[in-house]
Design a binder for this molecule. Structure first.
Ligand SMILES: *Cc1c(COP(=O)(O)O)cnc(C)c1O
Length: 432
């Protein structure tokens, strides 16, 4: 008999109460697609026609969006492919709270219009008292575009040849700056640039001097760069792109520049990312001299680069709230990590998994501090578990080293250890 005739009709399957409920939560198209896929599987003989509704229910996504939360066990603190900084619980709560109507540009006391995002701006200004004014845009690239457009369109930006940086995925800061109509005037050489090089190049067409922190590489050997204090007497603004978003000095990362130190040493403007070492949402921060920040804020382009209420809420909660996960991960003690790895590996080994606890080395990642090695601890597993762990629920992403899969615990919040254990047991197909 033709089994295709036994496949239940779409409307009959859709009447299943579980799928009706899912339609309200996920939207009808998502549910219909799951039903169609299950009917197909029944026609192919992969599943029994009687199981079509069950198969559709099992295949439903958890959310209406296809992006999935994952466990970052790579040991890379700021992993761009995994969404950079994970938000703190306080930031998540703040975002959720304002998902509906919120007073983002409204004064509840007077009923009048209010300054957009004032809470986040005040929190940022409060965190960097050295900055006379601050502004927030969509990301650091947007901050650079805004500064270049507002201060140097049709003019020149002086930049060292050693700081013509590609940030990642083909994104080059010089191309970004040139796209604004500003002309880049390169000074010095790849390995050495002096204050004299800038002084010789500065002129009536100079919009500003730009210093870019080489946040993802280091050059060693016969090198030299002019530091901010040597550039403040040139008669043009000094703008520093610090990249990582440290607002004050971080003792664990002594080579990583921070906004406060840069402004105190004479930078007129600092630009930074919100979702690197600051540990917040994707955002671009502009901090520094009042007149320059104001010129950026008043420029028509600023409207195209502004952030939404979710970003403003998350940024303010990151700045005012508890230590965000990136900082927790950075400061986690190696002994604590080693103990967690031993407990986890012990439990897995007890369940029959080939699991060992091993020392590991974590890194800050594309977000900054190249070359910094953070002592860590990992659970070492057979390499063949990498795919089932990535495709399991929740997906767990580790890294391969010497033909073993390492789950580095520095980037795993301690409260997720049990989830990781269950995921490994499921991937290894042993009973937990
Ligand atoms: C990461 C980085 C950028 C780009 O920042 P986004 O927030 O990703 O736009 C620019 N400059 C430096 C030095 C960086 O490290």
């Amino acid at each position: 008999m033709d089994r295709r005739r036994l496949v239940p009709r779409t409307d009959a399957v859709l009447a299943d109460p579980r799928l009706v409920e899912a339609g309200g939560r996920l939207g009808r198209p998502v549910v219909k697609a799951a039903v169609a896929a299950a009917q197909d599987r029944a026609r192919q003989g992969e599943i029994d026609p009687a199981d079509v509704a069950d198969a559709a229910v099992a295949a439903l996504p958890a959310h209406a969006a296809s992006l999935r939360p994952v466990v970052n066990a790579t040991g890379v603190l700021i992993h761009t492919n995994l969404g950079r900084a994970p938000l703190s619980a306080a930031a998540v709560a703040a975002m959720t709270a304002v998902a509906g109507p919120a007073d983002v540009e409204f004064d509840l006391a007077t009923g009048a219009r209010a300054r957009r995002g004032r809470g986040a701006v005040e929190a940022l200004a409060g965190a960097v008292p050295a900055a006379a004014d601050v502004h927030v845009v969509n990301n650091n690239a947007a901050a650079l575009v805004l500064v270049a457009t507002a201060l140097a369109a049709g003019r020149e930006i002086l930049i060292s040849r050693g700081e013509l940086v590609e940030i990642g995925d083909g994104f080059r800061i010089p191309d970004l700056l040139a796209s604004t109509g500003a002309r880049l005037r390169e000074v010095g050489t790849t390995n050495r640039t002096s204050a004299r090089d800038y002084a010789d190049a500065v002129g009536p067409r100079t919009g500003f001097v730009l210093k870019v922190h080489p946040s993802n590489f280091r050059i060693e050997g016969f090198t030299g760069a002019a530091e901010v204090p040597e550039l403040t007497g040139l008669g043009v603004p000094v703008v520093v792109d610090i990249g990582s978003g440290l607002l004050v000095r971080e003792p664990l990362l002594p080579a990583e520049p921070d906004a406060t130190t840069m402004i105190e040493s004479g930078a007129d403007l600092v630009t930074a990312s919100g979702d690197k070492l600051l540990g917040g949402p994707q955002a671009g921060l502009l901090l520094g001299r009042g007149d320059l920040v104001e010129r950026c804020r008043r420029h028509p382009l600023a409207r195209a680069l502004r952030v939404d209420k979710l970003t403003l809420a998350a940024l303010e909660a990151t700045l005012r709230g508890p230590v965000p996960p990136v900082r927790e991960a950075l400061h986690a003690g190696p002994a604590v990590l080693a103990r967690r790895a031993a407990v986890l590996a012990g439990r897995l080994a007890g369940a029959g998994v080939d699991a060992l606890n091993v020392p590991s080395t974590a890194a800050v990642g594309g977000g900054g501090a190249p070359g910094v090695r953070l002592p860590s601890a990992a659970v070492s597993l057979p390499e063949r578990l990498a795919v089932p762990l990535r495709t399991g629920e929740p997906p767990v992403v580790g890294r391969i080293e010497h033909a073993r899969l390492l789950l580095d615990l520095r980037t795993v919040p301690p409260e997720r250890d049990d989830d990781v254990e269950r995921a490994v047991l499921a991937a290894a197909e042993v009973r937990g």
